[in-house]
Write a protein that binds this ligand. Structure first.
Ligand code: SF4
Ligand code: SF4
Length: 324
């Protein structure tokens, strides 16, 4: 039974450009413009009218956009919860300008070993992560470490927890890897069993529903769990609404200052009705869309997802903004 019928999240791609070239991502290969302030302003206004609560300013590397602090300020003024994930290369330089504007700030880290993290990211950024943690803490920010878990770094979770997140009083977000468009991977059954044990640790976020989803073979087109298009608006750097999600990206409708009307149009409704039902949706585990999908209707996935969500909200204090 569905109890939330409006979109709750916007994945706002500020640019596809990136100063890293991670092996599990192909975004950085795409040519891309940067979004304009006018489009962001128009779209945030309409996202508010549509009932969206969380804006994820993403990319590519979102800190490559010089106007990110302006966008975040506007989003905060409109009452949105904001989130940004960065590879940290540009964070120390921009930290002052971003202070207080990001509710959920994530620093990506793939390994506690500098050479391995740098190899994974295609650029030397390990030291930037460590520096960014200290810079953020000095400014009173509480970033999270976002650790994308794959078979090759499963064994390093303990070291990241012991040597990096716990000494710095940070949340460790364990993000199971997914695959799409020939990039990424999936975890084995053994990996999933090992990973599950981390969910109960202090200051560790691991969404059990992500594990359950994988154990059940991901999304199934005959009876989809995915609610990507009806929970999440994806806006491209070209100012288009992408449907049903970024990763499948079958349709892209120009927004032209009319996001609210576009979202309620017949053509978009037709796409929403097909969420999770396309051939490419079989087996899908793309975390970004399943997180909101789990939270709009009653199912075992909601009950598997809620404890980690509440744990995060409690430890980070984001429950306060959820009550607003
Ligand atoms: S830093 Fe992010 S956007 Fe850039 S290549 Fe890596 S995963 Fe992709
Ligand atoms: S199942 Fe996956 S690929 Fe299909 S619409 Fe949902 S998120 Fe996109």
């Amino acid at each position: 039974m569905r109890f939330i019928h409006h979109p709750v999240l916007c994945n706002y791609y500020l640019t596809y450009r990136c100063n890293a070239s991670c092996g599990f991502c192909d975004i950085w290969e795409k040519p891309s413009p940067y979004v304009t302030a006018q489009h962001v302003s128009e779209n945030l206004r309409d996202l508010k009218k549509l009932g969206v609560r969380v804006i994820d300013f993403t990319g590519g590397e979102p800190l490559l956009h010089r106007e990110l602090p302006v966008f975040l300020t506007l989003a905060k003024q409109l009452g949105f919860t904001t989130t940004v994930t960065t590879n940290t290369l540009l964070y120390p330089k921009n930290a002052e300008k971003l202070k207080g504007l990001i509710d959920m700030l994530h620093f990506s880290l793939d390994s506690p070993v500098a050479e391995e993290h740098n190899a994974s990211r295609g650029v030397n950024c390990f030291n930037h992560v460590l520096e960014s943690i200290q810079v953020a803490k000095q400014l009173g920010e509480r970033p999270d470490i976002l650790f994308t878990v794959h078979s090759g770094n499963m064994h390093q979770i303990e070291q990241v927890y012991r040597e990096i997140t716990q000494p710095n009083n940070l949340m460790l977000i364990l993000n199971p890897i997914f695959h799409y468009n020939q990039v990424g991977a999936e975890l084995t059954a053994t990996d999933l069993a090992g990973l599950s044990q981390w969910g109960t640790k202090k200051q560790v976020y691991l969404n059990k529903a992500f594990i359950t989803l994988r154990q059940n073979g991901g999304n199934h087109t005959a009876d989809p769990l995915c609610r990507a298009a009806s929970t999440t608006l994806v806006i491209s750097p070209e100012n288009k609404l992408m449907l049903p999600c970024y990763h499948l990206g079958l349709e892209a409708f120009p927004i032209d200052g009319k996001l609210f009307e576009l979202y309620h149009s017949k053509q978009v409704k037709e796409q929403i009705a097909l969420e999770g039902r396309h051939a490419g949706c079989e087996g899908c585990t793309v975390n970004c869309y399943f997180m909101p999908s789990f939270h709009v209707e009653l199912s075992k996935y909601l009950w598997h997802s809620l404890p980690s969500t509440l744990k995060y909200a409690w430890e980070k204090g984001t429950w306060k903004s959820a009550l607003r």
